[in-house]
Design a protein around this ligand. Structure first.
Ligand SMILES: [Zn+2]
Length: 176
């Protein structure tokens, strides 16, 4: 990944002066590991991104900013997916690899490497968004603690498989 891509992405990002975005991107672009991301627009099978194949859905990303500030942002979503792929590359995993998967006592799949990368990506995404994802949320209903002490509840219409409806519908509700 080349440093020039930072400039490319800055035209897409809602807040071009956001230092958190630039710093996060620089750490990936100047890192010693190459990553590969496949970019789509409103893909019917992707929710923002995909760990295994490095997908990034720009239609989803843009929808976050269209409904105003607070909650998740397009910049934060891009950084999240990118950091995840960078952490994956650092683990020695390739595009298409799932990483370590174990089964818990209930027989459910736990994606260990994904969860490790996802947790790091969430931390950086919070920095970029300037807020904090509150625990217990999921894609369709998630709340964020904003820096001014207010809470943004973010709703996304998803299908049964957890992927957003097409076109994606995002709603942000400000709670005092
Ligand atoms: Zn993630």
């Amino acid at each position: 990944m080349h440093v020039g891509i930072i400039r490319e992405y800055k035209t897409i990002l809602s807040d071009a002066d956001n230092n958190g975005v630039v710093d996060a991107y620089k750490s990936v672009a100047e890192g010693e590991k190459d990553i590969r991301q496949n970019v789509y627009d409103n893909h019917s099978g992707i929710a923002f991104g995909n760990w295994k194949n490095g997908y990034l859905d720009m239609g989803d990303v843009k929808a976050l900013d269209k409904v105003g500030e607070g909650g998740a942002s397009g910049a934060g979503a891009i950084i999240h997916e990118t950091i995840e792929q960078f952490e994956k590359a650092k683990m020695g995993l390739k595009n298409g690899d799932e990483g370590r998967v174990v089964k818990n006592m209930k027989g459910n799949k736990i994606r260990l490497d994904y969860l490790k990368a996802h947790t790091i990506a969430n931390t950086i995404e919070d920095l970029v968004n300037g807020n904090k994802k509150l625990p217990g949320g999921e894609l369709k209903d998630r709340s964020f603690l904003e820096s001014d002490g207010t809470v943004t509840r973010q709703l996304i219409n998803v299908q049964e498989n957890g992927v957003p409806l097409r076109p994606i519908e995002v709603d942000k509700i400000k709670l005092d």
